[in-house]
Design a binder for this molecule. Structure first.
Ligand code: OGA
Ligand code: ZN
Ligand code: ZN
Length: 365
């Protein structure tokens, strides 16, 4: 029995069509589904259908007294017959981006919606974006988050200080180098975005290193598939404890999605707990981890830059690794904070919709 309709060379199952009927009995004006999909008749039949000027009209067979009208645009946008398309267009990068990281001016971002949209789109595409000339009043980072989303509060507070002075005595952050890492892998859910704002630049040193973890994992996948498989299938534990928090989470250093695409990176040498893997895997796991780290730290992948006073980097904490390369000399002060990708993507999508519906102003001669 045929259970689909061919529309413009794309096949749509009866059940799919019935489920996606856009009529006002089936869909709320918000677009939300009214009927319960699990209660639809799996053997539903079509009495007749016709291709109309605007799309497709389906008359459902008794006992289902229902008429569904689909626009051509809706069907083609949602078609699934030729493989699913990815909506997210991301671009992996390596050290060729040195000196060319996506970069925007703070005043322009707050003054022009289209620049703000580009600033956020860069985070979706490259995983990071640099803002110049952000006022260096402490706490400004919280206002930057409000431009696109919400602060992710943690036991470190709404924002955290990364301060170093020469000959640090009892300050929490000595100015030592930090190998490339993602923040807070001991947290579940992990903060998906991080911001770092430079309020004071070290006289020398304190260089920021950045690597696209998706590129690094892809290189590992190509040069040593077995090592990739280990890191993507064996969970390890990350741990942090202080007087006011005990945090622990176990997961893979490389995550892949249902289609096998690299979807998240979780690397932090400082907070990696003693490995607890099957005996027979331990040695190979160590080698795989070392290989991944040497790709991450390697000159093909890594971009280094020195943040100037007023610079702010915003990056995807499940994709981009950050670190501090050279011991900072002289006072240095960054403020950091966490946020989440859902807010950013929503704001970017709203701006896109808004910009595409605004009629361009034509200059009169
Ligand atoms: C950190 C960190 C970066 C820096 O504290 O986790 O990544 O440049 N700091 O100091
Ligand atoms: Zn309907
Ligand atoms: Zn960090």
């Amino acid at each position: 029995m045929i259970n689909f309709i061919d529309f413009k060379n794309q096949r749509f199952h009866y059940l799919w069509l019935r489920d996606n009927c856009p009529c006002s009995d089936c869909r709320h004006p918000s677009g939300q589904r009214i009927h319960e999909t699990w209660q639809l008749d799996a053997n539903i039949n079509v009495e007749s259908y016709q291709v109309t000027d605007t799309g497709l009209q389906v008359k459902w067979a008794a006992p289902h007294q229902h008429l569904s009208n689909f626009t051509e645009q809706y069907l083609l946008e949602n078609s699934y017959d030729r493989g699913r398309s990815t909506t997210q267009s991301i671009e992996n990068w390596g050290s060729e981006l040195t000196g060319q990281l996506p970069c925007f001016d703070y005043e322009e971002v707050i003054g022009k919606e289209e620049v703000k949209a580009q600033w956020l789109e860069a985070v979706n595409k490259y995983g990071l974006s640099l803002l110049k000339n952000v006022p260096t009043k402490p706490g400004t980072i919280l206002q930057v988050v409000q431009l696109f989303g919400y602060v992710r509060n943690t036991n470190y507070g709404e924002l955290f200080e990364v301060i170093s002075v020469e000959q640090a005595v009892n300050l929490a952050f000595p100015p030592l180098p930090l190998s490339l890492h993602t923040d807070n892998p001991y947290r579940n859910p992990v903060p998906t975005l991080q911001l770092l704002h430079c309020l004071e630049k070290a006289q020398r040193g304190g260089v920021t290193a950045l690597t696209d973890g998706f590129r690094a994992a892809q290189i590992l996948r190509e040069q040593n598939p077995e090592a990739f498989k280990l890191l993507a299938s064996q969970a390890v534990t990350f741990r942090f404890s202080s007087e006011d928090a005990i945090l622990e989470h176990s997961a893979c250093m490389i995550e892949t999605d249902a289609r096998g695409e690299i979807s998240a990176i979780r690397v932090n040498n400082r907070s990696l707990a003693p490995l607890n893997l099957p005996f027979d895997l331990m040695q190979s796991y160590y080698l795989a981890y070392q290989e991944l780290m040497s790709i991450i730290q390697g000159s093909n992948c890594k971009v280094t830059l020195t943040l100037d006073k007023g610079d702010l980097i915003l990056f995807d904490n499940q994709r981009i690794l950050h670190g501090r390369e050279v011991q900072a000399e002289g006072p240095r002060h960054l403020q950091g904070c966490y946020a989440d990708r859902d807010g950013l993507r929503s704001t970017a999508a709203l701006l896109k919709k808004q910009n595409s519906t605004t009629v361009p102003v034509v200059a009169s001669s």
